[in-house]
Design a protein. Structure first.
Length: 578
């Protein structure tokens, strides 16, 4: 017997066993459920039939009760019953289609009236299915009995006529017939309420009751045959699945031997022993090609590594070049993936910084272009280094002007951003003054003097432009206001808007300057000037009782000095008089 045949037989046995067990369990469960439903239906039919029989018996009792109460029954006393009693009993028997007879007995149990003529004058000894006492209508004493000899046929003829259900009327204590005591019948019974001595038994043949189950069994058998065929087919396919890889292995080995083409491989699509054998075969063939494959792969890898190295160096060089055109924070956020290079924007509260060189054109007009480039680049480099040190975002260079903002892409809070901006501005002013000495030593006699304007307000920040060319910047009225504050500032000073002043006044000393109306605005704007170390040497301050005075010596005119002297002389004169 081949391995394929053995495999098919084993698979069929293993598959059919649970199938047959499952069908047996389901069949038994269905039979039990069907028997319960059949018994329930039989109980319902039996209940209807018993109710009809009880109703018939109640009607009979009512008729006897009525007859016993008639005045004509008084004739029992004289034993002179006339034809009316006989006719009345005969008519009632015919009306009920009664199988049996009515009897009227006197007090001594003699039949004095009956539908059975032969019983007249005899003592009654028959069954008394239903009887009622007859009382005199004159003195209400019992004078006789009215009864009926009732045959079972009167009840059995009321049973429904059906080929599948058998009804029996039996006494309460009577045993079932022998033919119904076998297991071929399903039995239910119920006693009659009227009479108190009868019960009705309903029997149904189990072959008929379970005919549906027999049909279902045939369906199950057909399904079993179909299942056997399907399982045999699947077993055949599985056997092929097991044997075919062995045939494929043999065919491939023969083909490699014949053609010397070592690129052929056995397809491995399983992980069992046959699959392991196929893998080992493929490894053996692969080993024959390892030397050439390794040499080829090594050459390709070296070329690929060289290309990747060149590309990495090129990307690094390009990245370094691009970083010079972007603020470091923006550059890092883009290259780290924190920000997408898309046209998008957001609304934020930023601190905006503007600075430029006062009279830049007049200062550099007579300088050679090389000298101008050297000085300007050095200045911008120094200022940018300070800006980056304090965490600023350098937006752009506009000639000699610098635009910087704090609060995006990283922020330490609006107040801390404003303080860092002021610290940066003071450091820039200090560094510019240090550069004056260096430039003068190098032969540049006319120094640069810068002015700075700072404002804190809401701006729109993001990428603006097109998908092909965009710029990360800020726009809005706050940007324009910061630029105009810078234009209003005097040389070597730092001017603040009131919004910024309120954020930094605890750390920086500021003095209000005259209100100005920046270009583009209609309302005057209160500006503040930051007091630096150099300003402290140039300022005269007096805060005492009755006087608050602040003088900037470098800006005092001769007229102002004369006015101050007059005030002092007037104070001296007032003192002499007192």
């Amino acid at each position: 017997m081949s391995i394929k045949t053995k495999t098919i037989i084993i698979l069929i046995i293993l598959s059919l066993t649970p199938y047959i067990i499952t069908m047996g369990i389901l069949g038994n469960a269905y039979r039990s459920d069907l028997e319960a439903r059949v018994r329930e239906d039989m109980q319902i039919q039996l209940g209807i039939t018993v109710d009809r029989l009880d109703q018939t018996l109640r009607s009979l009792e009512n008729d006897l009760r009525f007859l016993s109460s008639l005045d004509v029954m008084n004739d029992i006393i004289t034993e002179d019953l006339d034809q009316r009693i006989f006719n009345l009993l005969l008519l009632k028997k015919q009306d009920l289609d009664l199988v049996g007879d009515f009897f009227v007995l006197d007090s001594n149990e003699y039949v004095i009236a009956s539908t059975d003529i032969a019983a007249l004058g005899e003592i009654y000894t028959g069954e008394r299915f239903v009887q009622f006492a007859v009382f005199s209508t004159f003195d209400e004493r019992r004078i006789g009995t009215l009864l009926v000899d009732y045959s079972q046929e009167n009840l059995t003829r009321l049973f429904p006529q059906t080929e599948t259900l058998n009804y029996l009327l039996l006494p309460l204590q009577a045993a079932l017939p022998q033919n119904l005591q076998r297991e071929e019948y399903i039995l239910v019974e119920k006693p009659l309420e009227q009479g108190g001595q009868w019960r009705v038994v309903l029997a149904q043949d189990t072959d008929y009751a379970f005919s549906v189950l027999n049909d279902l069994t045939r369906v199950f058998f057909i399904a079993l045959m179909i299942g056997v065929f399907a399982i045999a087919t699947v077993a055949y396919l599985i056997a092929n699945y097991i044997v075919n890889p062995i045939l494929a292995l043999s065919t491939t080995a023969e083909s490699i031997t014949r053609t010397q083409d070592y690129s052929q491989r056995v397809v491995v699509n399983r992980a069992d022993e046959i699959g392991q054998l196929s893998i080992a075969f493929n490894h053996m063939i692969t080993g024959m090609q390892d030397m050439i494959a390794r040499v080829r792969e090594e050459g390709e890898n070296r070329l690929k590594l060289a290309q990747e190295k060149d590309r990495a160096e090129m990307l690094q060089s390009l990245s370094n070049k691009l970083s010079k055109y972007l603020s470091p924070q923006i550059y890092e956020s883009i290259f780290s993936g924190e920000k997408d290079v898309t046209l998008s924007s957001s609304r934020k509260k930023l601190t905006i910084f503007f600075s430029d060189i006062v009279d830049f054109t007049g200062t550099t007009d007579k300088m050679e272009s090389e000298d101008l480039t050297q000085l300007l680049n050095q200045y911008l480099d120094e200022m940018t280094s300070i800006a980056l040190e304090y965490g600023a975002t350098v937006d752009k260079y506009i000639g000699d002007a610098i635009m910087i903002f704090f609060g995006d892409p990283h922020s330490k809070g609006v107040a801390e951003d404003a303080l860092n901006c002021l610290r940066m501005a003071v450091a820039m002013q200090k560094r510019v003054k240090e550069l004056h000495d260096e430039w003068q030593a190098a032969g540049f006699t006319k120094p640069f003097r810068i002015r700075i304007g700072i404002h804190t307000g809401f701006c729109t920040v993001g990428n603006f432009g097109t998908e092909n060319r965009m710029e990360y910047t800020i726009i809005g009225s706050s940007v324009n206001l910061a630029s105009r504050i810078e234009s209003s500032a005097r040389p070597d000073t730092i001017y603040l808007s009131e919004d910024t002043y309120l954020l930094v006044k605890k750390e920086f000393q500021c003095i209000p300057v005259e209100s100005v109306v920046p270009k583009g605005l209609s309302e005057p704007l209160q500006l503040y000037r930051v007091i630096t170390e150099q300003d402290e040497q140039n300022l005269i301050q007096l805060d005492a009782q009755g006087v608050s005075l602040m003088l900037e010596k470098s800006t005092l005119t001769a007229q102002t000095r004369k006015q101050l002297q007059d005030i002092v002389q007037q104070l001296d004169s007032d003192t002499d008089v007192s």
